[in-house]
Write a protein that binds this ligand. Sequence first.
Ligand SMILES: [Fe+2]
Length: 235
Amino acid sequence: MLSRREALKTLALSTGAIALSSTASTAQQALGEVHKLPPLGYDYDALEPFIDAETMKLHHDKHHAAYVAKLNQALEKEPTLASRTIEELLKNLDSAPESVRTDIRNQGGGHYNHTLFWQLLRKKENAGPQGDIAKAITATFGSLTALEEQIQAAGLKQFGSGWAWLVLRAGKLVVESSANQDCPLSSGAYPLLCVDVWEHAYYLKYQNKRADYIKAVLQILNWDVIADRYRQGKA
Ligand SMILES: [Fe+2]
């Protein structure tokens, strides 16, 4: 994910001529586009048959794109927040100006949560958790199967739209759920793994069978990414 500074640097390099003659409105427009829709990183059908291509295309190109667009639109009201990364915005949600706090929570959360979700998925065979995170999972939950059962339960008990999470909270592994697009960053945790349990994530293929969809997601997790996040979170 591009930070705002990286995005501005890229923008400056690619539009140097424009920058020299930029007007205030052009600059504002540029700032308004700081938060970008990241690419999936794989084809829409890469996760078939676990997640179908049509769902991936709609989910990424329409739903995630809308969160990014609405976040950028909302932040135009508060130029002082233009230098904040999405992580900084969500971590400091309580101190955000009231005029944009709800949009950061909902649209910003939607942007961050989906960006993480795409990174966590891959169909390629992998050996599951290895190294330090494997030890931590065994120590905390007893086994990977027990962890998966807790994630499944968290996703199923979430009433309506939301997410199931594995997070680092006060240095400990914790499974929890959140409503809507609420992000654990805003309550002081570091997200390691998330499962989108909004109906838009599964209804085309799984209809009302949320349990089957969560089970499928658990089979295509990229444990290399989760292990990297565990190391970062512990550091
Ligand atoms: Fe979603």
